[in-house]
Design a binder for this molecule. Structure first.
Ligand code: G4F
Length: 349
């Protein structure tokens, strides 16, 4: 017998899949919103697609009637709004649809639950801090630097307004970057782990990368879905930063990924001319390509999660080095086997 019902938008993504798995283990009945797509990628949730407590629904964050009907039919106790256009660089190309989905999509969902007691979690983002100096916490003034960040900021404030105006139990989790072997290949950490795995197994010559100097606070997504759940278990709705408190550069991540395979990288040159050479034989393994730069960059995100630690008892448990090792192991295994592998097993470690 399931204890509670949860509705997760964006269930086929990294966070949605890990959260669904976490809630199923807590004996929840889990309902997930999936967007219809021709590619129909359910690889992250295949492990529990047949679970009798798991249900998938077609839906779309730009369709308010659809969201309202789903909320009425499912009647969940908790909603985790994880759906969205999540790529910052892409948002510069698609600012209007990013706002439609990330900003107005959240508004539509809040309208659908306005007169209910359903608890609501909003996937807010550290990108909202933008150019604000690190470390950033709940009192830092937002300074968004992309269409993605401004859309997320609209959603963040709408959650706060619905909480204040209608007494909704609606909370923002302001999450810093969080990764895992399930991370999408278009994000820098997974791009690096995939490329390094391919290079060391002789299947790719080099990694082409954008801004090496940008710094992010990279944690493990498994720790962060635990934090999302804790936020909704609180008596009072509130807003929380979840972060590790440490930042690393893109260059650091590349060094760590190659180090997992016993390869040392030596960096030489400046700016677009900077290259990463294999220490043992001087071969170029990394080059900078301006194609991967953004019109406006967020230079450093590093969070201060003191409030979450004090009020939720939340702390990240998986270290940066373990995260990189897990991602590298998964991608090397996948390449060596030439078959599909089960990243959920690694993500669950
Ligand atoms: O991995 P990224 O694309 O993640 P970004 O932009 O920080 O956004 C992620 O984290 C946010 C939370 O802070 C989320 F809200 C958001 O949805 C997403 O999950 O890029 C990280 C950094 C950037 O500074 C980027 O310029 O890596 C730099 N970078 C350098 N070369 C690259 C590349 N990013 C990508 N994606 N690809 C590159 O080749």
């Amino acid at each position: 017998m399931a204890t509670k019902k949860a509705f997760i938008t964006g269930v086929t993504g990294q966070d949605g899949a890990l959260l669904a798995q976490f809630l199923l283990e807590k004996n929840y009945e889990v309902h997930g919103l999936r967007l219809y797509s021709a590619t129909n990628d359910t690889s992250r949730i295949n492990d529990f697609m047949e679970n009798r407590h798991f249900h998938l629904h077609y839906g779309d964050m730009i369709d308010g009637g659809n969201l309202r009907r789903l909320v009425e039919t499912i009647a969940p106790d908790e909603i985790y709004n994880l759906a969205g256009q999540s790529h910052v660089k892409v948002s510069f190309e698609t600012p209007e649809s990013t706002a439609q989905i990330n900003a107005l999509g959240t508004l539509r969902l809040l309208e659908a639950i306005r007169d209910t007691k359903i608890r609501f979690y909003q996937a807010s983002s550290s990108e909202m801090f933008g150019s604000a100096p690190a470390p950033q916490n709940e009192t830092t003034a937002f300074a968004p630097c992309s269409p993605y960040a401004t859309a997320k900021l609209y959603a963040y404030w709408t959650v706060r307004n619905y909480r204040d105006s209608y007494g909704l139990h609606a909370s923002n989790g302001i999450l810093f970057n969080h990764e895992s072997p399930l991370r999408g290949e278009e994000f820098v950490t997974r791009k690096i782990s995939l490329a390094v795995a391919a290079i060391i197994t002789g299947k790719q010559e080099k990694l082409m990368i954008g801004n090496l100097d940008s710094r992010r606070d990279w944690g493990h997504a498994k720790d962060y879905v635990h934090g999302m759940w804790l936020i909704l278990q609180q008596e009072q709705a509130d807003d929380y930063v979840l972060a590790t408190g440490q930042s690393h550069s893109v260059r650091d991540f590349i060094n760590a990924a190659f180090a997992c395979a016993g390869t040392n990288i030596i960096w030489q040159g400046q700016g677009l001319e900077e290259k990463g050479y294999r220490a043992s034989d001087g071969r170029v393994l990394v080059e900078v390509n301006p194609q991967f730069f953004r019109p406006n960059e967020v230079h450093e995100l590093r969070g201060d999660a003191t409030k979450a630690k004090q009020k939720l008892g939340w702390e990240p448990r998986i270290s940066f080095s373990t995260l990189v090792e897990q991602m590298m192991t998964a991608d090397i295994m996948a390449i060596q086997k030439h078959t599909s592998y089960d990243p959920m097993l690694l993500a669950a470690e």
